[in-house]
Write a protein of this length. Structure first.
Length: 286
């Protein structure tokens, strides 16, 4: 894959002047990934009737912000000038096909980033770390020795670093968001496995919670969310399946099957069996 810097990569800086684009001017913009680092000031703009407003604060109390914005199709842009604060900003525009090609070439496909790039006007905001701030300041003020093409190359190299860091921040953010969900699923699977290993023993939610290291309310809430069935119903169905296996595979009597399913009364077992499987247990007797 060709990972060269695209010729239509745009790197722009605004250092200390208020945004002065006329409010009524409409600009055509092409599909691109935008990474904007706001070091100071406020900017407000509208793309395809969706408003974006970024506030990095005044010079005496700045809170730098990064806006990563995906423009997935040709769009219309308009600026809204509602602030007189001086604006210090880095803007990087990378052609969307180039970014998509880079993402597709990754071994795992980076699903979080792929989903972001597939969504028009998807946005991700975060506070930059020190590494990003250093890169932004270097782009604002390249070394005096950098002139002409070397100055452009210097800025582009740091722009690519900023794109990479912004994409990494997005992926980490999605992973952290999904981590609690994954942990819940894993704990519920642990609870399920404990139940299956102890079906022949007396089971209460208090015992299950104690043995798996969670609270009773946690078990009651999350087990149903994950498996679509309550704990007691799950236990009942699995025990009835043990009774069914005894009938089908071992030639057990209905009384023996009821015992295997932990029913003390064969009539109750028969009623429960028919409710779950749709036919009475005698249909399985050899």
């Amino acid at each position: 894959m060709n990972a060269d810097i695209p010729t239509d990569l745009f790197v722009g800086t605004m250092d200390g002047e208020p945004s002065c684009a006329p409010d009524d001017e409409i600009y055509d913009i092409w599909p691109k990934l935008l990474v904007m680092v706001f070091l100071q000031g406020i900017q407000h703009f509208v793309i395809d009737n969706t408003a974006f407003r970024i506030d990095a604060g005044p010079p005496e109390a700045t809170t730098p912000q990064v806006l990563m914005l995906n423009v997935a199709r040709y769009s219309k842009l308009r600026f809204v000038n509602d602030s007189d604060l001086p604006l210090r900003k880095i803007q990087i525009s990378a052609p969307l096909p180039w970014i998509e090609e880079l993402v597709a070439a990754q071994p795992d496909g980076l699903p979080a980033l792929h989903g972001f790039l597939a969504t028009h006007l998807a946005e991700f905001r975060f506070e930059p770390d020190q590494q990003m701030l250093v890169l932004a300041e270097q782009m604002m003020e390249p070394p005096p020795s950098m002139e002409g093409e070397m100055r452009t190359l210097f800025k582009n190299a740091r722009a690519l670093d900023l794109i990479g860091l912004a994409c990494s921040a997005l992926v980490r953010s999605r992973e952290l968001k999904n981590k609690p969900r994954l942990q819940t699923r894993q704990r519920c699977e642990q609870i399920r496995d404990y139940i299956l290993a102890h079906l022949a023993q007396p089971l209460t939610i208090a015992r299950i919670a104690r043995e798996t290291g969670v609270s009773v309310s946690w078990v009651q809430r999350h087990f149903r969310e994950e498996f679509g069935i309550g704990v007691f119903e799950f236990i009942r169905v699995r025990r009835l399946e043990l009774g069914r296996q005894a009938l089908e595979n071992e030639g057990a009597t209905i009384a023996q099957a009821a015992h295997a399913a932990r029913y003390s009364d064969a009539t109750n077992f028969t009623a429960a069996f028919k409710k779950v499987f749709g036919f009475p247990p005698r249909n399985l007797r050899r």
